[in-house]
Design a protein around this ligand. Structure first.
Ligand code: SF4
Ligand code: SF4
Length: 307
């Protein structure tokens, strides 16, 4: 039996600290929030968190938190301010330094690793760098520290990697079998994407590969979700949708702060709408809403996958 969603009631409250970083050691083509260089003193961040009483934070930012030399001080200060759970969003490049990795890892409960490809050329093309080897070493260092179960892969689906999704899942299964989650997120047309069809694929192009990747993950016993894909583009795989899982647990499908779905005609007559992320307006601006198909299926009849 599904839980009855309670409108407006959020199950968990995790504060995203967008000022944990202000620069980056990569230059990803699909970056949604490129660093601006604007910097907040860590004392200000810690005091803000202390006053809010938040117990769970995610260290993110416009940039890469591990490039902030004050990151260890920020983590320590947040603990003293009463924070229980700290998640670090990182590209893992700086974690290739074993000592730094161990130092940072001591204060972090979960790592979300932005890793766009297991294929070196695709990774380096996506990140406009030659840092594939370092990122892989950073991931290995986390595994050596016994922290693989605390790693979640964050894999942005874009033009150059969508055909490789099933192989990516096979690579994760072989290289990091104990990781806690693989999150496949369809690229948002924000920041550096800038309406570029060479970065933004169509749902209908990526969908078949996403489904094979999800099936492969399930067969391998790997937990996987897909984010920012309309439910009608995931036919028969809707139970893997992150936003559907949120709805199922009683949250709004979309996290706070994200753009609302485009007001598409298909969505207005679709019974899945309450549990669906819809199409982003920045996607519809480029490709229109012609791929969206209204459904008569009740969302409660969808079987959620393991999450
Ligand atoms: S996506 Fe992340 S790792 Fe890539 S440039 Fe943007 S902030 Fe840096
Ligand atoms: S038609 Fe709209 S609401 Fe229905 S599944 Fe597709 S995107 Fe979601």
């Amino acid at each position: 039996m599904r839980k009855v969603p309670v409108p407006g009631k959020w199950i968990s409250r995790q504060e995203c600290l967008a000022d944990a970083s202000y620069t980056c050691n990569l230059f990803c083509r699909y970056c949604h929030n490129p660093p601006s260089g604007a910097r907040t003193e860590i004392g200000t961040v810690i005091e803000r968190v202390r006053r809010s009483g938040v117990k769970s934070v995610s260290l993110e930012g416009c940039g890469e938190p591990t490039t902030n030399p004050e990151l260890p001080g920020l983590i320590g200060g947040l603990r003293r301010a009463g924070v229980r759970d700290i998640m670090l969003s990182t590209n893992a490049v700086a974690l290739s330094d074993g000592k730094l990795c161990a130092r940072i890892a001591r204060g972090v409960d979960f790592f979300t690793v932005n890793f766009p490809s297991h294929v070196e050329a695709v990774y380096n093309g996506a990140t406009r760098s030659v840092k594939y080897v370092q990122a892989v070493k950073g991931l290995r260092n986390l595994s050596r520290l016994g922290l693989e179960e605390k790693v979640r892969f964050f894999h942005i689906i874009f033009r150059d990697n969508y055909r490789l999704l099933p192989d990516f899942v096979a690579w994760v299964t072989a290289s990091h079998p104990k990781c806690s989650l693989v999150n496949l997120t369809f690229v948002r047309n924000k920041g550096r994407v800038n309406d570029d069809k060479g970065i933004l694929p169509r749902y209908s192009e990526a969908g078949p590969f996403i489904k094979i990747a999800l099936a492969r993950a399930k067969l391998a016993g790997l937990r996987a979700v897909v984010q920012n894909m309309p439910l009608c583009a995931l036919k028969n795989f809707e139970g893997f949708s992150f936003e559907y899982q949120r709805w199922r647990r009683g949250d709004e499908p979309l996290e706070g702060g994200l753009d609302r779905p485009a007001p598409a005609a298909a969505c207005r007559k679709c019974s899945l709408a309450p549990a669906c992320c819809g199409a982003r307006p920045d996607y519809v601006r480029v490709y229109g809403a012609g791929e969206l198909k209204a459904s008569k299926t009740g969302p409660a009849t969808i079987k959620p996958e393991k999450f």
